[in-house]
Ligand binder design. Structure first.
Ligand code: ZN
Ligand code: ZN
Length: 214
């Protein structure tokens, strides 16, 4: 099991990175990405801070992916900050997509889907077929999310991703301890988004580390 989108007290989450990792380990997660909200003000310190808990994660048997979620960053700056994050040692760059519940600036999905340094477009809202195709060409994952509000467009995201054969990830966008999904909850989110049982199994239990080595 994996989760590629979570938050800690380093942004607006409730848990220290180490407690989040521990709770994920107990639920059976193999891989956890910590992807706190980032812009130009805090990107460097986030990558550095999360990197410091790699050893603790290893002690709990969790493969920690050091990441950031570029959040409300102007589209023209997304490639610059995504590249900077990778240069500083981030394993994964998530972009806070055009969810229907926040005034994310139009063009954010496009900028993310055309940037090779981006790995996941989170809660992409009413993403267009063209943007999803651009993501598929670059191996960027589109997110199906359990998070209330952001999850309203999961069905649309699945339909568009299927049309252009773009890979999906199922994430929690955890902010509080109760947001982490059990195995059963992950199944429910995948099936509830309209994925078949076979598609869900392939998405929920694949080796994401291979996918990120694009
Ligand atoms: Zn948040
Ligand atoms: Zn998030």
């Amino acid at each position: 099991m994996y989760d590629l989108h979570t938050h800690t007290i380093l942004s607006d989450g409730e848990l220290l990175p180490t407690e989040l990792v521990r709770r994920a380990a107990v639920l059976g997660y193999d891989t956890l990405a910590i992807t706190d909200h980032a812009d130009a003000s805090n990107l460097a310190s986030l990558v550095e801070a999360v990197s410091r808990v790699r050893d603790s994660a290893q002690c709990y048997g969790v493969n920690l992916l050091v990441g950031v979620e570029l959040t409300h960053v102007p589209p023209s700056l997304i490639p610059v900050l995504a590249h900077d994050a990778k240069r500083r040692g981030a394993d994964i760059v998530v972009v806070h997509g055009e969810t229907v519940t926040e005034p994310v600036v139009p063009g954010t999905n496009r900028a993310a889907c055309t940037c090779a340094d981006v790995d996941v477009l989170a809660h992409p809202g009413f993403i267009t077929v063209d943007d999803a195709r651009a993501a598929a060409e670059r191996g960027i994952l589109l997110e199906v999310t359990s998070r209330a509000g952001h999850n309203r467009t999961n069905g649309h995201v699945v339909r568009v991703a299927r049309e252009v054969r773009c890979s999906l990830t199922v994430d929690s966008d955890t902010h509080a301890p109760s947001d982490l999904m059990s195995k059963e909850a992950r199944w429910a989110v995948a099936l509830g988004a309209g994925l078949t049982e076979a598609e869900s199994r392939e998405i929920l239990f694949r080796d994401v580390n291979q996918l990120l080595l694009k």
